[in-house]
Each structure stands twice: as C-alpha cells, then as structure tokens.
Design a protein around this ligand. Structure first.
Ligand code: MV4
Length: 509
C-alpha cells in the first residue's frame, strides 16, 4: 500500500492523512468546491475535485471517488466515518476496481446493517441482546409478545437505526397506536414499515466496546462511555467508564469479540451496548467503521487505531500486545460544534474570524477547520474534537476545564460554554449519567442569560483584544517578530488578566 485515497473531509480526513504520513504512505484528498481550501486538502500529497458542495453530488458519488483513486494512482481507499463508510456497495466497488478497501469485508457491513438479522446472529453467537421478538410482527402478534415481555416495551423499526421509528409503550392501550406510528415513520425513513418489539431498558448507559481484528485474531480495547448525548448525537465521550470495572470489561469485551468473529470482521469496529443500572448489558448494534470518538480509546490504550486500520488492510498483523491490555489513566472528548445550545442546538453559520485552539500537557485538538474558514450548512456541524488525557478522572475533568478556558472561537457560535458548564456539574463529576441525562438537564443546555453575564462576556472580549493589541508593538519593536525578554513578560502579564477575564465569562452562566 503506497497511496491512499481518503474519501472524506474535515477532521477525520486530516486524521487519516496524518496516519498515512507516519506510515510513509502518500495521501490523496478529495474535495467539493466548498472545501477547496480546507486543511485536509493542503495536508494531502495530491487532491482531486469531486463536485459541488452537496454531498449527494460529491462525497457520496461512488464512481467519482473510484475515478479519483484511479486517476491519481492510489492503491487503497479509506472511507472515514459517515458518507459512504458503511455502504457495503462502496466496499465492493473499491475491491472490484482492484483497490484495497480500508475497512471490514462488505459481507460484515451487510450482516450488521440489518438489525433483526444482526440480533439473530448475535444471539446465536452467545452475545446478550435485549429480550424481544426476532422478526417483524403483525399487531395481533405484537400484543402477545408485549404481554410476555412485560411492559414497558419498545417498538423498533426492523430496517431502522438511529432512533427513527422507535416508540416506548408503557401499557396495552398504547401499543396499537405506537405500532402504527412507528410503522409509518419506518416506511418514510427506510421504505419498510416492519417493526418488532424489545423489552424497554430504563435509564441505561450507552457503553461501546472497540474491537480490532486482523487475519489472525480479534481483540477488544475496552469501553467508551457515550451516555452524554442529545437526540442520538453524542456530545461527550470518555474512556474508561465509571460504570465498568475490570471484570465487566472482560465480559463485555468477550461479547464484542464474539460479535466481530461471528461476522468475519476485519479492521476497527465498535459494538454498542446498553448497560442497565443493574449491571446487565445488551448488544444494540455494531458500527463497522472508525468512529468520531476513537481518540479516547487511543489515549488510554496507547494504540493508533487508524494506523492499525492501515496495517490490517495491507495484510500486516496489528501491532497490539497479545497479553493483558489495561486502560491507563482517563480520557475525555468534547465535540465542539457550530451549534447554539440556547436555541435548541440549532446550527450556526459564518466565517471563523479567530481561532485559538487549546494546547499544553495532555491536550489533543483534532479539527477540520482553521481561522478564516467558512462554516456552512452543507456538512456536519462538528468543527473539532477537544480531547484530554490525565492520570485519573478528576484530573482529566480539571484539564478539560482548563482547555475549554483556553479555547477561543469567534465569528461562529459554538457549544463551548455548554461543555464548560457540564465539566462543573456535580452529577457529571460523580459520573452519575445515563442516556436521558441531558433531557433532564435543561439548566445545562440553556441557562438564563442575565445582564451581568453580558457585561462579563463583553469585558472578557475587550480584555483579550487589548492584551493582543498591546503585545503587537513590543513584538515589532525588537524587529524579529517575536516577543522577548521584558516585552515577553509584559505580554505574559497582560495575557494573564485577559485569560482570567475569559475564564470568568465561561464560568459565569
Ligand atoms: C433501546 C433503548 C432502550 N431499550 N432499546 C436508540 C438508537 C438505537 N440504536 C437504539 N436505541 C435505543 N434502544 C431498548 N430495548 C434506548 C435507546 C436509546 C439510545 C440508545 C443509545 C444511545 C442513545 C439513545 C437515546 C435514546 C434511546
């Protein structure tokens, strides 16, 4: 493998290009006209225009991507996440074009894509699934099944995923209307109205297990805690989980490895589980791709997952110890999105006027944008991932607070302050979370903004600006463009109060 076409954009494209370069592999970027000057295009060795901004006319067009690979002499394709990453037909097209597919076999993608089929196969492989009916149900059958399972039950779309066509039913009278509503929604979303039933798990955590498989063996790299989500969009992930000890990790890990083995998995994948308050866990689905939150696993296991994807695709063994693997320290990821929590997380747009990414010990900033970039509505609203590592969870939270205080984004609204409030929250700090946590916590999402808050915000912005202005003459005075000696100390002092004012503004509401 000498040249990889990266069939994606943003931070994950950049992440893959970096891994390629560390493995002495060339990277080919693709870009829509909206991404002409994006960081991933400049980072790559070559770049190919693949069409207009709309994904359906660029990043989702299989033939254009294959042609781009052929035209640039690429010998492999990495799909990233989203777009075509879990499209079995794309994996097949890549292989048929004589290229290496950096992902699991198309058959494994297909097997995990059909939810009821995946449930059946997982049960046969000894993987715990939520009690329920395996196949699509008629209303009459559903009523009997629900009685046997015991209420509450959940109606789910057979073809579904991502929460569409899903209904909680708490008593017999509500079953029929829920089946009808879920069926209609499923038909609209997936072109298939079939639904099935599961026992509803109350207030579970969302815990997922990272798996890695080469031609010789399948292993797991522990769990990620992903319960902090809103409408199926994760906002914060951690590794490990406060709810998982070594014994439970061993059992969930073994289940995930069994799931991967059952479908002939290769490469990096993730098994999603619900973890009940009683400590029982249930397989939900397998994501057959690299995930947004992969860095937290990388940091606690010291494994570069994208590099391992490249090695495995090239037919090499993964470079992960066969002995006992234990997570070391604690990692937390905050997804920084161009969304405004105060308006129900509506996406915001604009040009990023200024960007100061956090840095320093234990801080990783995986971003797909830079200052000057335009944030549009064509693509996902995630601007960057802020990831920290520290020896333990309290230290990781303190480090995340510090890093969020350092982060400055102007020109486009972000959810930065939501993350800052969360890191201060007692329940979060106790690790007392489940998938409904944010539904209960309107106070974290949109606190009432008073006049005092506004004053602090304006003061902080002025402080930051004044401090920068006052450093500039000093920097030019010594003729080198760098701040030295007394000037540097002066700058540091001014920076000190500017940063302090900004910290106050972030903590203020
Ligand atoms: C569930 C559940 C509770 N009980 N199944 C949502 C998306 C889909 N992949 C599975 N989902 C759920 N299935 C039973 N039997 C709760 C959810 C769920 C959820 C799961 C993971 C992450 C976030 C979630 C948010 C709401 C509901």
């Amino acid at each position: 493998m000498n040249r990889v076409l990266v069939a994606n954009r943003g931070e994950i494209a950049l992440r893959i290009i970096r891994a390629c370069h560390e493995e002495a592999i060339e990277a080919v970027a693709v870009y829509s006209t909206a991404d002409r000057s994006s960081p991933h295009v400049r980072a790559a060795d070559r770049a190919v225009a693949i069409g207009p901004p709309r994904p359906a006319e660029s990043y989702l067009v299989i033939e254009r991507l294959i042609a781009a690979a052929r035209d640039t002499g690429a010998d492999a394709v990495h799909p990233g996440y989203g777009f075509l990453a879990e499209r079995a037909a794309f994996a097949e097209a890549v292989v048929e074009a004589g290229l290496v597919w950096i992902g699991p076999p198309a058959a494994a993608i297909r097997a995990m894509g059909d939810k009821t089929e995946a449930r059946r196969r997982m049960r046969e492989a000894g993987v715990p699934v939520v009690p329920g009916a395996e196949r699509a149900l008629t209303p009459a059958e559903a009523s009997d099944v629900a009685r046997d399972l015991g209420y509450p039950v959940m109606v789910k779309a057979a073809a579904g995923g991502g929460g569409k066509g899903m209904r909680v039913v708490r008593e017999t009278a509500s079953l029929e209307p829920a089946l009808a509503a879920a069926g209609r929604e499923a038909l609209k979303a997936f072109g298939d109205a079939s639904v099935y039933l599961e026992k509803f798990i109350e207030r579970p955590r969302h815990v997922e297990i990272q798996v890695l498989a080469d031609a010789r063996r399948a292993i797991h790299l522990g769990e990620r805690e992903c319960s902090i989500q809103r409408r199926h969009q994760k906002l914060v992930e951690e590794a490990p989980s406060v709810a998982v000890d070594a014994e439970l990790r061993g059992r969930m890990g073994a289940a995930a490895v069994a799931a991967a083995t059952a479908v002939g998995y290769r490469g990096a994948g993730t098994c999603e589980f619900l973890l009940g308050a009683d400590g029982e866990f249930y397989f939900l689905e397998m994501n057959t791709r690299i995930q947004v939150e992969h860095p937290v696993t990388e940091l606690v296991y010291g494994v570069d997952l994208v590099r391992e994807q490249l090695r495995i695709a090239a037919g090499q063994p993964m470079r992960v110890s066969d002995g006992p693997r234990v997570p070391s320290g604690w990692a937390i990821e905050c997804r920084i999105t161009s969304e405004d929590p105060a308006s129900g997380f509506l996406p915001t747009t604009g040009r990023i006027a200024y960007l100061r990414p956090p840095s320093g010990p234990g801080v990783r900033w995986d971003a797909g944008v830079e200052a000057g970039d335009e944030v549009t509505l064509y693509y996902d609203s995630m601007l960057a991932k802020l990831i920290v590592w520290a020896p333990d969870r309290p230290a990781a939270i303190a480090r995340m607070q510090r890093a969020l205080d350092e982060l400055v984004v102007t020109g486009v609204g972000t959810n930065q302050r939501f993350h800052r409030r969360l890191m201060d929250d007692d329940a979060y700090r106790r690790g007392d979370v489940d998938i409904q946590f944010l539904e209960r916590r309107a106070d974290l999402i949109a606190p009432p903004a008073g006049d005092a808050d506004l004053e602090v915000i304006v003061a902080a912005a002025l402080a930051e600006d004044v401090a920068r202005q006052s450093r500039r003459p000093a920097a030019t005075a010594n003729g080198s463009g760098t701040v030295q000696g007394a000037a540097a100390e002066g700058g540091g002092t001014e920076g000190g109060w500017a940063w302090a004012a900004r910290r106050e503004s972030l903590r203020g509401s």
